[in-house]
Design a binder for this molecule. Structure first.
Ligand code: GRF
Length: 200
């Protein structure tokens, strides 16, 4: 069965492109129904348009978050979206969107959560001095990068690393991990019990 998924992004969109490539290769039982951005100039939005997808800028400015999210929900529901994938979406989700799609929103974060949530996770990891970092795919709840964890990949932090080096090493793994996690969630092999996610 092919499941409609929606992508929310704010920037470059490399995770979106990796997901799109995995869909194209038939590795994920999904089609990308829409790509929505809170930034008109997001590179990911431009690429989505070039790919012929329904790619829309939804302007959050000058209105209540609930109204903004209702507009997103309208588009997502219009497409029958079953799973929302946040891919570099730089906004905290509000009650409206989380309530409507509870347990059906994934995010990818560039650290091994619960370490280094929030912005600049790679810089946080370097400044803390950890020897290992990585990336995490998790369900989204009301907190900041706090939802149940679906999958993680670790990468080494090398002594000579700067933020760009570590970010690149993590990003390579993000592109693999996110598609695998989406595939598992869509194939129905994932169940959530409290904080623990069971696969298979
Ligand atoms: C990634 O590092 C992701 O983990 C984080 O934001 C970044 C988005 O990169 N949430 P891209 O837009 O997918 O290239």
């Amino acid at each position: 069965m092919i499941h409609p998924i929606g992508i929310l992004l704010s920037g470059r969109g490399s995770n979106f492109l990796a997901i799109a490539a995995a869909v194209e290769r038939g590795e994920i039982p999904a089609r990308i129904a829409c790509v929505l951005s809170d930034r008109a100039d997001a590179q990911g939005l431009v690429r989505a348009r070039e790919m012929g997808l329904d790619a829309r800028f939804v302007d959050p400015s000058g209105r209540k978050r609930a109204d903004y999210e209702e507009e997103l929900i309208g588009i997502l529901e219009g497409h029958g979206v079953e799973l929302i994938c946040l891919a570099g979406y730089m906004r905290i989700l509000g009650k409206r969107l989380i309530g409507r799609y509870r347990g059906r929103i994934l995010n990818i974060h560039p650290s091994l959560l619960p370490s280094f949530p929030g912005l600049e996770a790679q810089r946080q990891a370097l400044e803390y001095g950890v020897r290992v970092s990585g990336c995490t795919v998790h369900f989204v709840d009301e907190g900041m990068d706090t939802g149940p964890i679906v999958a993680q990949t670790a990468v080494p932090v090398l002594p000579e690393d700067d933020v760009a080096d570590l970010s690149a090493r993590i990003l390579e793994q993000e592109h693999l991990l996110y598609s695998e996690a989406i595939q598992r969630v869509l194939s129905g092999s994932v169940t959530v019990e409290g904080r623990r996610v069971r696969i298979g």
